[in-house]
Ligand binder design. Sequence first.
Ligand code: ADP
Ligand code: MG
Length: 298
Amino acid sequence: MIRLEHVSKDYLAGSGLPALNDVNMKIEDGEFVFIVGDSGSGKSTLIKLLLKELEPTSGTIVINGRKLNKIRRRQIPKFRREIGVVFQDFRLLKDRNVYNNVAFAQKVIGESTRMIRCNVPNILSKVGLAAKYRSYPRQLSGGEQQRVAIARALINRPKILLADEPTGNLDNTNAWDIMKLMEEINNDGTTIVVVTHNLEIVSRMNKRVIQMNKGVIVDDSGRPDPDVKDSASDGGSYGKSSAFGENTGSYDRDFTAFSRRDRFFGTAGTYGTGGSAYEEDFYDAGPPVDGGDDGDAD
Ligand code: ADP
Ligand code: MG
């Protein structure tokens, strides 16, 4: 669950409008939410606050039951593991193949080689890239690179996936494919928050839409009552406006997120023990991921 209470962010205290101005927002476990708004409206600032890359000037942010301002510096890496993140420019490691780009995220949390060798092929097949595990980013299309980034974001099984303009560098077909992939991930229980400019995708996807302008939420199609929510999604527009205050506190749905997440990710032990040719192939994908001879800085 993500909750913002009276959150403001003023980069340059006092000079002009704050990037976020008294924002209240609640996103339940298992929701799929778009955040839209003109450039400069505060969308990326919001994402950075959720990742604790920035501190709010005032207000409270609660994620998965924890107040972000109570998280100590040394607890931040652990906190960030609960959140996967994807950016417009993919941010892959150029000198590593697909396998090692994804494996890297597991390595930094100290996952065992054995588990990494199970988990990476599993997640790559989920994102449709099982056959490309040896490819380097430069050998992939934009859509494929974004799939690698999504695999990397999901490999540690975060409860929440944040995406800041994930389709901004993609053509329409690839953008749509990435959105469908995100929808699939969401169907398996992961909370998804997507910042986008692509209003065509937003209206076709028919999800909750939070519209921002100049640091404030000007519209939110999310509704506390599912019956009301249905009538809010009649194509094209963002649905009827709802003062956000109505929602707070009364919006409790049971998404049974956890069991569905397990279905998407598979469970450890159901793969990786069979020794199939496919799996063996992955074993050879690149240098051992924790063998110390793969040029890593650690
Ligand atoms: P969006 O992602 O919606 O385009 P941003 O969150 O990036 O908007 O920016 C919101 C406002 O905050 C803009 O006016 C922007 O110029 C300002 N801003 C963003 N980052 C910084 C920064 N590091 N220092 C000062 N102002 C910033
Ligand atoms: Mg932005």
